[in-house]
Design a protein around this ligand. Structure first.
Ligand SMILES: Cc1cc2nc3c(=O)[nH]c(=O)nc-3n(C[C@H](O)[C@H](O)[C@H](O)COP(=O)(O)OP(=O)(O)OC[C@H]3O[C@@H](n4cnc5c(N)ncnc54)[C@H](O)[C@@H]3O)c2cc1C
Length: 440
């Protein structure tokens, strides 16, 4: 079948199998270089193997929960949405969550996903107690911070290239309500946005939406949104009896591909102007339900069709703290001058927690979507050069087009990872279209 990631680019002819048992799975791994696939929410080709893509959808059982520690043991194909549905009513929420709940635990571990709280809490891997994984020789090994440590460290953030994660123990965080107290700060430009982030490091969650088409003194004008889990006393009176529940919402769905012209500089400019103006006139403090706060895009099913048949690419890089202002200014100037920005341009502050091969480093991460066309592909090459000049790196969970030399220049850890994989027989057993493209 033709297979791609969430960005629907590139589309690759791929052999896909969905095993139902560990035995079936280990047999499949012997059949030639394989890669695990979770829910396909990585944007590019990291969960695609032309010869042997192993879909984990049948490994979807939650196995045990410890209500004293918040430790959940579950199979790798369990969706985060199902974890929240089962445990939020009992007062537990993911310790770290990406911007969509339609991801699997295996995918979250393999990409070591980050949320809006990286500056404070680190990434998802910090809440993984152990992982059971099918390794290069087909055996199942348990690994953790104390057992098979190297395997654990390369697996968290290793993009599925150490083996297939079968199950894991993760820790949830206790919450008393399903609501978030959100404070919106208006930043006039990128310098101001950075100042606001730096003075908000105590906030549990922070994220900025950037109007990426502005130039001059308005370059990088943005809305910095801070969030805290609300105490029961802040919950609206009508919901206070059941503070862990929020009203059900209707979902929209995009049934067909939008024509390519819908998304252009003009429509993005109009949307951005309205969004910025609308946020400025609202009260800065608001109470928001968990779903709207963490997963606004999940309310529109199939929103990836908005970009049309050719698909889209998400560009996400991180610039280290000491280069952040200069690097972000150059990136935003290049994007604005190409007139190619997206509705969704997001800036986050990463903290100091780093792992063996995970994406985050202390600094600022910028993420934006571009429809696939000659102009935007050329722009992304230019953004690569700017990121490299500022010692940044790129997020493999979003990448679908990076050239190998750019990756190897940005990723000084790639050599060690390849050596480790070769030594363990993992490079012969596991590869993705992405790892082949990047020479990993
Ligand atoms: C709307 C949206 C918002 C997002 N926001 C964020 C964000 O804020 N922060 C962030 O960090 N990411 C974000 N992402 C990216 C997403 O969280 C990651 O790509 C995640 O890995 C997707 O999980 P998945 O289950 O869909 O995995 P897939 O896309 O299927 O696979 C992703 C990678 O995980 C590997 N993998 C999957 N399952 C297993 C397994 N069982 N064993 C071994 N390897 C496995 C695959 O081989 C592949 O390398 C976002 C994506 C979308 C679509």
């Amino acid at each position: 079948m033709k297979l791609s990631g969430w960005g629907r680019y590139p589309k690759i002819d791929a052999q896909v199998t969905a095993p139902r048992s560990t035995d079936e799975l280990t047999n499949l791994v012997q059949e030639g270089s394989a890669i695990a696939r979770g829910n396909g929410r990585a944007y590019g080709d990291s969960a695609v193997s032309a010869t042997n893509t192993i879909h984990m959808k049948h490994f979807n059982r939650m196995l045990a929960f410890d209500a004293d520690t918040g430790q959940l043991v579950a199979e790798a194909g369990v969706l985060l949405a199902d974890v929240i549905e089962a445990f939020l009513p009992r007062g537990w929420f993911p310790s770290v969550t990406p911007g969509t709940k339609f991801v699997t635990l295996g995918g979250m571990i393999a990409a070591d996903v980050h949320g809006k709280n990286h500056h404070k809490d680190g990434s998802f891997g910090a809440y993984v107690d152990w992982v059971d994984i099918v390794t290069g020789d087909g055996s199942v090994e348990r690994c953790s911070q104390t057992e098979n440590v190297e395997l654990f460290e390369w697996t968290v953030g290793g993009m599925g290239l150490t083996g297939v994660i079968l199950r894991a123990a993760i820790r949830l965080r206790p919450v008393t309500s399903a609501w978030i107290e959100q404070t919106t700060l208006v930043a006039d430009n990128i310098t101001h946005a950075i100042e606001l982030f730096e003075s908000s490091l105590d906030a549990t969650y922070s994220v900025a939406w950037i109007d990426c088409l502005q130039t001059g003194t308005d370059l990088g004008r943005s809305l910095v949104m801070l969030g805290e889990h609300a105490p029961v006393t802040s919950v609206p009176a009508q919901y206070r009896k059941q503070p862990l529940q929020t009203p059900a919402k209707r979902k929209l769905s995009i049934p067909v591909d939008f024509p390519g012209w819908v998304l252009n500089g003009l429509s993005v400019r109009a949307f951005n102007a309205f969004y910025y103006w609308n946020a400025k006139r609202k009260p800065p403090r608001q109470l928001v339900d968990w779903d709207s706060y963490f997963y606004p895009l999940d309310a529109i099913l199939g929103w990836n069709k908005i970009y049309g048949r050719r698909g889209f690419v998400q560009y996400q890089c991180v610039i280290p703290l000491n280069h952040a202002e200069d690097g972000l200014t150059e990136l935003l100037a290049a994007i604005a001058s190409a007139g190619a920005g997206s509705f969704l341009s997001v800036l986050k502050r990463f903290g100091a927690q780093e792992s063996r091969f995970s994406f985050p480093m202390e600094g600022y991460t910028l993420a934006l979507d571009f429809p696939v066309n000659t102009k935007t592909l050329a722009l992304m090459d230019e953004l690569d050069s700017i990121t490299l000049r500022h010692n940044g790196r790129f997020y493999l969970a979003k990448d679908s087009r990076m050239p190998r030399d750019v990756f190897l220049q940005s990723e000084h850890r790639a050599d060690d990872y390849s050596k480790y994989r070769r030594g363990e027989g993992a490079s012969a057993a596991y590869s993705s279209a992405q790892s082949e493209r990047l020479g990993l």
